[in-house]
Design a protein around this ligand. Structure first.
Ligand code: WTA
Length: 635
């Protein structure tokens, strides 16, 4: 079995061993899985190229480890519980055997529709069991899944389909979220119409039964294609370094990039971190509220829990529907033991009042998790007191799409916690802080840029179709290190506190958004000449989006203009990227070489104009004062 750390001294020893001899440590973790062929070499790496290979020569199929491996002993144990958007509807459960059969049927349907090992399949779906089943079905036959969050627009979806030339799109008819009913299939049609020539088949899952148009020859119903298939399907043998999935994420420049994860290392790492960070015990019920459109859903709704033989909940709805007690109702209903969510949800629910959680029996909760953005002390304390009742330790887990799994986190119950600290690196993780010049800061107490010095099994291997970009973004800023894009502080006992992004990426309600992407979207508006987007502190969302816009004809009605900007951003990216505040300006502060000084704009947006400092070297220093003076006109 995967090692489960039991005490702080056990952690310290394990950590030491894992750093002293990483190969030995990760070989021991890998041995507990089913391999069709054992690896020849545990690790071969070079951060310069970058070329990272774990379990080289090993062969496996991750679904055999998620499903088949559990059938004998746990065939009748619940693997997946699905809780629908509408609480008056029944929930659904799948035992490991039922999930296995459903995945095999879907895998057979994919094969019958021409999907082979290496083909890319795009998912654009709500949080329904068929999403998990479809993802695993791809992995079973060696197809590469690319899940796109169902809140993205047709145009954003089209970019992602084209970037990895997906052969199939799997979607639902509609997506029910809270009181909304979103036409998912319609978005897929619009996306494919944007010259997605690679798509041969669209597999449509009937979710609400609402009316949709089906294109003859291309579109097929899930219930026609999947239900009649055989309930077993041989898992395809994969090399440890074969691609498992692509997940698009935002960076500081350009279009979102397809982060590539591979089979072997990702499997070992997600299982190890799941078992240790959440201290999952046999029989526990675990719930992560993330969407499978993000990495958290991949690693800690699907793969990590199923690899560990856990019972994992998938929730279709939103925290406030039908009311602000929904999360706690679900915790009570399923006797949830581990609950994992994002600070933005905690803050939103905290703002609704303490009485909501007090209506429910939350005594089953043993561990609480937080992910996606820094958790402020107030939210941490509320989570601790009102949800955990002071008895369920909070694990503030730091990681990224690129890291594949949790990197820095407390271990629950094994040491004192510090609000807003992600605390200690997990075994095998070697973080360091560096100066802007790339010099490692060796003192214990320090603040700097967070880098990782040594490979870990679930790390990014490449960015799809553009290896050079992977090298530039992550491995070229500082020699011989993976650069995270985050700043962090370390205190004297080696505990880390994540400060936040130091690049032009913002974290809005836990969604990662590139400011350049939002600017490009805003600039599509007819009358916009130029724009600059920055993040600013937002009480609920963590960060809000602040857009400074130069318009060619002046704006009398900023509120009406904001509506137009929202429309264009929703069309190009999706509603998650709509600016919270818009300020119309006559110019943007620029350096003499023409670069926008975002640092200044960030200060103004954050209400810290008095600490801007000297602006006299700017090309247009006068504009700073004007922007400051007119900030109150922002809407
Ligand atoms: C931020 C989400 C503070 C960080 C798993 C990182 C956090 C980015 C934390 C990655 C945390 C994630 N405390 N900040 N516990 N967890 N972040 O790729 O800025 O969507 O770089 O992965 O979220 O976001 P991503």
């Amino acid at each position: 079995m995967t090692k489960q750390i039991t005490s702080f001294s056990d952690y310290q020893k394990t950590y030491k061993d894992s750093v002293k001899n990483p190969e030995k440590f990760w070989a021991a973790q890998a041995r507990t899985f089913t391999w069709r062929k054992k690896w020849d070499e545990v690790l071969s790496w070079d951060f310069e190229t970058p070329d990272i290979q774990w379990y080289k020569g090993g062969q496996l199929n991750i679904t055999e480890n998620c499903l088949d491996r559990h059938l004998k002993r746990r065939g009748n144990q619940t693997a997946l519980i699905w809780e629908p958007n509408d609480p008056s509807q029944p929930h659904k459960s799948y035992t490991y055997r039922e999930l296995y059969e459903a995945v095999c049927q879907c895998a057979n349907a994919l094969k019958a529709n021409g999907i082979k090992k290496g083909d890319r399949v795009c998912f654009y779906m709500p949080m329904v069991p068929e999403l998990t089943i479809g993802v695993l079905a791809c992995a079973r036959i060696g197809a590469v899944h690319s899940v796109v969050f169902a809140g993205f627009s047709a145009s954003a979806l089209a970019d992602r389909i084209k970037d990895s030339s997906c052969k199939m799109v799997i979607c639902s008819d509609y997506n029910q979220r809270g009181a909304k009913n979103i036409p998912v299939k319609d978005v897929v049609d619009k996306a494919i119409a944007k010259k997605c020539k690679s798509v041969e088949t669209v597999l449509v899952h009937q979710n609400t039964g609402g009316k949709v148009k089906m294109k003859k020859g291309r579109d097929k119903w899930w219930h026609d294609e999947v239900s009649r298939r055989r309930k077993n399907c041989d898992a395809v043998t994969m090399d440890a370094e074969d691609m498992l999935f692509i997940l698009y994420t935002s960076g500081s420049t350009g279009k979102p990039k397809g982060v590539v994860h591979t089979c072997g290392g990702y499997m070992v790492y997600t299982c190890f971190t799941f078992k240790n960070v959440f201290q999952y015990q046999r029989g526990d019920v675990y719930w992560c509220t993330a969407d499978i459109g993000w990495i958290t859903g991949h690693s800690y709704i699907i793969y990590g829990p199923l690899l560990a033989g856990a019972t994992t909940i998938m929730f279709e709805g939103v925290p406030t529907y039908p009311d602000a007690g929904r999360f706690w109702h679900v915790c009570e209903k399923h006797r949830v033991n581990q609950f994992y969510t994002a600070p933005t949800a905690i803050r939103a629910l905290m703002a609704m009042g303490d009485h909501w959680p007090s209506h429910y029996d939350l005594s089953s909760l043993k561990t609480l998790g937080s992910v996606g953005e820094p958790i402020n002390e107030e939210a941490w304390n509320w989570y601790d007191q009102h949800i955990g009742k002071g008895k369920a330790p909070i694990v503030d887990t730091w990681w990224q799409t690129e890291t594949g799994g949790i990197m820095i986190s407390p271990l629950p119950g094994m040491h004192a916690l510090k609000p807003s600290y992600a605390m200690y690196p997990l075994p095998g993780v070697q973080p360091c802080l560096v100066t802007a010049e790339g010099k490692e800061i060796k003192t214990k107490e320090a603040e700097g840029l967070l880098c990782i010095k040594f490979p870990w099994p679930a790390m990014i291997r490449t960015t799809y179709g553009d290896h050079e970009r992977c090298k530039q973004v992550y491995f070229s800023t500082f020699e011989g290190m993976y650069f995270t894009g985050d700043g962090a502080r370390r205190d004297k006992d080696g505990s880390y506190r994540i400060i936040g992004r130091v690049d032009d990426v913002i974290n809005v309600s836990g969604h990662r958004i590139g400011t350049a992407e939002v600017e490009n979207a805003i600039n599509e508006h007819d009358s916009v000449i130029e724009s600059a987007v920055v993040g600013y502190p937002h009480e609920i969302k963590g960060q809000g989006i602040y857009a400074y816009i130069i318009n060619d004809r002046g704006v009398d009605d900023v509120a009406a203009f904001k509506k137009e900007i929202h429309k264009v951003v929703t069309k190009v990216i999706g509603p998650i990227a709509k600016p919270d505040l818009i300020q119309v300006v006559s110019g943007l502060p620029k350096t003499r070489s023409g670069k926008i000084m975002r640092r200044i704009l960030r200060k103004i947006a954050s209400g810290q104009a008095d600490s801007i400092g000297d602006v006299s070297t700017l090309l247009n220093p006068e504009v700073v004062k004007e922007i400051e003076d007119q900030q109150k006109l922002a809407k």
